[in-house]
Design a binder for this molecule. Structure first.
Ligand code: GLN
Length: 547
């Protein structure tokens, strides 16, 4: 049976619960334990697949094809444990399950209520995989006091009661605001937040207090006293230069020790922190800087490309170099010249995306990279636009485009070199799909293999003849145009094992130009950078040396 750590937040949102959970998971691993991390989200969407990246940030895709919250990306980057479908649930999913059961008659004519039906559904979810790991860490999204989060809080309260005493603990994250006028850290919001939590039957064992200023021992003692938490379990959390410093920083202030104490695990196994020391060393001892332009649509909200940003950082760590990433809005040069916006960068990355807006700019970015021999990494839509560019400007298919855009506008303007998937094989099944199907969960999602051509750049980078990466797309490159494109030098260097779906394209007489239909950024970790990102940054560094 696993031990359970529930992580909640109070006072304000965006305190970094996900990061704290991930760092705590990493620290428990360093002490030799196995962990699994989960996110319980109170919103009513069934999954984040249809939520706008502008609003909610990136959708993180798991190997088993779930579209999940970006916090699962943090969990995976810090622990290396591949996130699964069963690691994320929302109120929408919980209610859907309950209502489906009700319709099926599973509840034998009972009146369906939040307690016990909804809370039982949540508790069953929390207990999935109970005997697989030493610790299950469950983060509750939102903030204590949110109306929609109440069933989750009630469920974790009940869960801890159902379990043998001492097998569940509660970690609560709060904020200590600083009043410059009086030069004081204020503890009252934290006291209120804990009071709120206790009023619904949850007494935190550990308090993690975010603060921009040092928290004096006197204040820690005061918080402990007023919140009924031991002083050494009031853990300060200060701002960090890099999120990857979090495990070491939390270890130094005693978070993992406080958690083990709360479980009465003594003596605590000694931690092996070499992995995180190495990560810190790479952050602090980086030489030089490469400038990478990320040409996208959702550039106002950094979280929309969270994993790309992180994977570039990891690529930098692999090369002991800093990566300066600049978001460039593709729409700026939809109609104009991209040169003023792209000059001076050592590499260009065009990430995934949906819809036509900004795609002419992305096509121009691919053209600019091809013609100026600048390293280019095109991911998903970024690959598709590189193919359109090649088709239009090199292979002479002047009106090449993607079926996605014609479908969206209801016009027929393009020769669809990118067309929609009609069916594909997933495991032992053939999945069939029409364009008009629901938007939710109708994509080619999750991990698929690709077979790499011998002697290709990508085979060298992966050091292998196959790879497995995660996908999230509806459209794909039409193999009908393969011969025509290869004849002008755009090689299809990675295909699905059945040879039907193009996975990778690369220009043969270019130092580094690769487009991939999958998302290599999703599996990248600071201690195990995605090969494509590590090599992309290496190539950028070479350009930087030349100029
Ligand atoms: N919109 C494209 C498709 O659906 C690309 C998707 C993506 O970049 N993730 O195929």
């Amino acid at each position: 049976m696993a031990r359970y750590i529930f992580i909640t937040g109070g006072v304000v949102s965006s305190l970094g619960k996900g990061l704290t959970s991930a760092a705590l998971g990493a620290l428990l691993q360093a002490r030799g334990y196995t962990v699994r991390l989960r996110k319980l989200d109170p919103y009513l969407n069934v999954d984040p697949g249809t939520m706008s990246p502008f609003e909610h940030g990136e959708v993180f895709v798991t190997d088993d094809g779930a579209e999940t919250d970006l916090d699962l990306g943090h969990y995976e980057r810090f622990t290396g444990v591949a996130a699964r479908n069963t690691d994320s649930i929302s109120s929408g999913r919980v209610y859907t399950n309950v209502l489906e059961k009700e319709r099926r008659g599973d509840y034998l004519g009972k009146t369906i209520q939040v307690i016990p039906h909804v809370t039982n559904e949540i508790k069953d979810f929390i207990a999935i995989g109970d005997d697989e790991v030493d610790f299950q860490l469950c983060e509750i999204g939102g903030t204590v006091g949110d109306i929609e989060a109440l069933p989750f809080f009630e469920a974790i309260r009940q869960f801890s009661q159902d379990r043998p005493r001492g097998e569940c603990i509660f970690v609560h994250l709060t904020l200590l605001p600083y009043l410059a006028a009086s030069g004081e850290l204020k503890t009252k919001p934290t006291q209120h937040s804990v009071k709120e939590l206790r009023s619904i039957g949850i007494a935190p064992d550990v308090l993690v207090c975010r603060s921009e200023h040092p928290i004096p021992d006197k204040e820690r003692a005061k918080i402990g006293l007023f919140c009924n938490v031991r002083q050494d379990s009031v853990i300060p959390a200060y701002d960090l230069k890099s999120i990857y410093e979090a495990p070491m920083a939390y270890h130094k202030v005693g978070l993992d020790q406080a958690v083990l104490d709360a479980f009465r695990i003594a003596p605590a196994p000694k931690p092996d922190l070499r992995r995180w020391k190495d990560v810190e060393d790479r952050i602090h001892n980086a030489e030089g800087e490469v400038k990478v332009a990320v040409v996208g649509k959702y550039t106002q909200l950094e979280d929309a490309y969270k994993s790309i940003k992180e994977a570039l950082t990891h690529g930098g760590m692999a090369n002991r170099t800093k990566v300066k990433l600049q978001w460039v809005d593709a729409e700026l040069f939809d109609k104009g010249d991209p040169a003023p916006y792209l000059e001076g960068f050592h590499a260009i990355l065009v990430p995934g995306g949906f819809g036509e807006r900004g795609t002419e700019g992305k096509i121009k970015a691919a053209q600019y990279a091809r013609e100026h021999k600048i390293p280019y990494l095109g991911i998903c839509l970024g690959m598709q636009m590189a193919v359109v560019e090649a088709a239009r400007n090199v292979a002479g298919i002047k009106d090449a485009g993607s079926e996605e855009f014609d479908h969206e506008s209801g016009e027929t303007r393009f020769t669809p070199v990118i067309y929609h998937l009609k069916e594909w094989v997933q495991g032992n099944y053939t999945v069939k799909r029409k364009l008009g199907d629901d938007k939710g969960g109708t994509m080619r999602l999750g991990a698929y293999d690709a077979t790499l051509s011998e002697g290709s750049n990508v085979a060298r980078i992966y050091g292998d003849s196959t790879l497995e990466e995660r996908h999230r797309h509806r459209f794909e490159v039409d193999t009908k145009y393969r011969d025509q494109l290869e004849a002008v030098g755009l090689k299809f260097s990675g295909m699905s094992p059945d040879g039907r779906l193009p996975e990778i394209v690369e220009w043969e007489d270019h130092p580094w130009f690769i487009g991939v239909q999958f998302h290599p950024e999703l599996k990248s970790k600071p201690f195990e950078p995605a090969p494509l990102f590590a090599d992309f940054v290496r190539a950028a560094k070479e350009i930087e040396r030349l100029v």
